[in-house]
Design a protein around this ligand. Structure first.
Ligand SMILES: *Cc1c(COP(=O)(O)O)cnc(C)c1O
Length: 347
């Protein structure tokens, strides 16, 4: 493989900037498990304020945020209603079932987004032989669907319906800040109807590690119990929390650049023969190559020969994600490479 010049594999591949590394190196630290790490304490206060919740807890990963939320909201045999494409259903190694005995009742939404009518149809009747419908789960932005933003009114109506049916509401907000920046609607407004939600620092925000789960004081107290049990309680976590503080202070507004780059990429390759390009809404572009007559894997290998990498979703679908480590000129170059490679294939 040639060296990669442009890596659109995911926004997880970003490396800490020089400024972030310097800030991390200087972080004040203490024992996080004893709540004595000042930088982590500062981070969770920032997140609680940003999301308009009483409290928050720092965790090593978004996956652990999701799994702790499932553990708190569900008893064994309870059901969570979510879109079929949700990360927790497809990409967390079966954790909801394994760690909490929770079942998933999937809905076929439109690009990761379902309606109140679909939710109502999925909620179980309160009879003893049905698994109790316990949680409604929303992923913002919807990753597997292409970084799609749930409309705010839809979210509010779904949460109100869930509450009216005695259910809790959880948001997997791995990329909530992408939605907030793109829509101009503050993260706290998106967060308001949810009992629990989290944001990831290691995606578009560009920090090396970590995520934070937010909710009521009581919810976060309970989350600490599972943080210990799942092995997520840390010691001098200020070193990594500093990366997240730095990201919140410097890398939120710039997500708009990633979105502009994704739109530019989608426009630039939209007219390439043989490619079907889904509209870019935030920082992702999904590309269907079924009519090129080669597999997504083969197409990606050819791109990699030219120094560009995408990620593969299935035999004919690839994803490009824009992020802090790709510039606008590199997007121009990516467009050229994709156009050349698609054009070089026998029709
Ligand atoms: C990445 C991601 C997660 C998991 O986060 P990690 O920090 O990688 O554990 C969960 N949900 C969504 C939507 C994601 O994109």
């Amino acid at each position: 493989m040639k060296t990669l010049k442009i890596d659109l594999y995911s926004d997880t591949i970003t490396r800490p900037t020089a400024g972030m590394r310097e800030y991390m190196a200087k972080a004040e630290v203490g024992d996080e498990q004893k709540r004595e790490d000042p930088t982590t304490n500062r981070l969770v206060a920032m997140v609680a304020e940003l999301l308009g919740k009483e409290d928050a807890v720092f965790l090593p990963s978004g996956t652990m945020c999701n799994q702790i939320a499932v553990r708190i909201h569900c008893r064994q045999g309870d059901e969570i209603i979510m879109d079929r494409l949700a990360h927790v259903r497809n990409s967390e190694a079966g954790g909801a079932a394994a760690l909490s005995g929770a079942a998933i009742n999937p809905i076929d939404g439109a690009r990761g987004v379902f309606t109140t009518a679909q939710l109502l149809a999925a909620i179980r009747p309160p009879v003893y032989h049905s698994p109790p419908s316990r949680v409604v789960w929303i992923e913002q932005t919807a990753n597997g669907a292409g970084g799609v933003i749930w409309p705010l009114e839809n979210v509010q109506e779904i949460c109100a319906t869930a509450k009216a049916n005695g259910m809790a509401c959880h948001m997997d907000g791995a990329r909530l800040l992408n939605a907030a920046v793109e829509t101009g609607i503050p993260a706290s407004e998106w967060a308001a109807p949810f009992d629990s939600l989290w944001i990831d620092f290691s995606k578009g925000l560009g920090a090396p590690v970590g995520a934070a789960l937010a909710g009521s004081r009581e919810f976060i107290k309970e989350a600490w119990r599972w943080k210990h049990q799942f092995g997520g309680a840390m010691r001098q976590s200020g070193i990594i929390a500093a990366g997240a503080v730095y990201a919140l202070e410097h890398h939120v507004d710039r997500l708009a650049e990633d979105h502009a780059n994704a739109k530019h990429l989608a426009d630039g390759i939209g007219s390439v023969e043989g490619l079907e390009v889904e509209p870019a809404i935030t920082n992702m572009v999904f590309i269907n190559i079924a009519s090129l007559g080669i597999t997504a894997q083969d197409f990606n290998l050819r791109l990699m020969e030219r120094g560009l990498r995408l990620s593969i979703f299935n035999a004919t679908r690839l994803r490009a994600v824009t992020h802090l480590d790709v510039s606008a000129p590199q997007i121009e170059e990516a467009i050229e490479i994709i156009r050349d490679v698609a054009g070089s294939l026998p029709a």
